[in-house]
Design a protein around this ligand. Structure first.
Ligand code: ZN
Length: 280
């Protein structure tokens, strides 16, 4: 049974509780996880909906250092862990903003937005983990699955024995994969999608509005459709390149974002992400 509490909605999958954020977890909101073992409880990706009324936990895992995944981190004065590849961005907001690759004035605006709208504060105490790290909660383990591409340190988490795989921002939306940061990599994103195809789980939880997918077959077909967006973007680009174009013309053609989305800064905050409605 779902219970609405302080901006998030709880739903149980085995002993894993998904804290669905406001607006079904669409950006700037997101979905968080609450995982309880006999010895310890952890939270994954405390979202904007956990700024108030966050459930207690002994530690926090962060799938990657993006603002929508850490907005509720201030609710947790406990150890926080993230992959080595995103550690500096979690420790310092300046590093996080630098990773967006903005021009100086845009970077300043982004830094203010992170601070004021997403409550982002540096966590110099954050600790790094690597692929395969296991967090033993007592009768329940959470294993790190490194899935780079979206960011260098982007990770999923496999909860066992429940069979719940959190896939974070491999979010299966019709927008498709996002790889627009300095540390992003399309090739790594594709390799991560390939890795995910091979992992059998009962549930696959995304960080955003597609929520939780049940069953490997259903997950794989949605993953294939999601990966197909990359191919569509490439086909569009190749069609556009039937005559010589400058980089500026290619940028202006809006291969990834819809034409009405202006600029990368605005795009990030006001609609570039699927379902994004945040306006400043
Ligand atoms: Zn992200």
């Amino acid at each position: 049974m779902n219970t609405r509490v302080d901006g998030y909605t709880r739903a149980d999958y085995g002993r894993v509780t998904v804290l669905h954020g406001a607006e079904r977890g669409a950006y700037p909101y997101g979905n968080s996880l609450l995982v309880k073992g006999s010895d310890a409880t952890l939270v994954v990706d405390p979202s904007l909906s956990l700024v108030e009324g966050a459930p207690p936990a002994d530690l926090v895992l962060v799938s990657h250092a993006h603002e929508d995944h850490i907005a509720g981190l201030g609710s947790y004065d406990v150890p926080v862990h993230v992959h080595e590849g995103d550690l500096e961005a979690l420790r310092s907001p300046e590093s996080l903003v630098a990773g967006f690759g903005f021009a100086p004035e845009e970077a300043e605006e982004a830094a203010a937005m992170l601070r004021e709208r997403f409550h982002v504060r540096g966590r110099p105490d954050a600790r790094g983990f690597e692929d395969g790290a296991v967090f033993d909660l007592g009768g329940r383990t959470v294993t790190v699955v490194h899935l780079p591409g979206h960011t260098a340190g982007h990770c999923g988490f496999l909860v066992e024995p429940d069979g719940f795989l959190f896939v974070a921002d491999v979010d299966l939306t019709s927008f498709g994969p996002y790889y627009g940061d300095v540390g992003s990599s399309l090739a790594e994103f594709e390799a991560s999608i390939g890795r995910l195809r091979e992992i059998d789980a009962r549930w696959y939880g995304t960080a955003h509005q597609k929520g939780v997918i049940e069953g490997t077959g259903e997950f794989r077909s949605r993953l294939d459709a999601y990966a197909g967006v990359i191919r569509r973007r490439e086909e569009t680009l190749l069609r556009f390149l039937t005559e010589p174009r400058t980089v500026e013309e290619i940028v202006e053609h809006r291969l990834v974002y819809r034409p009405h989305v202006r600029g990368r800064t605005c795009g990030r905050w006001s609609g570039a992400r699927p379902g994004g409605t945040w306006t400043s």
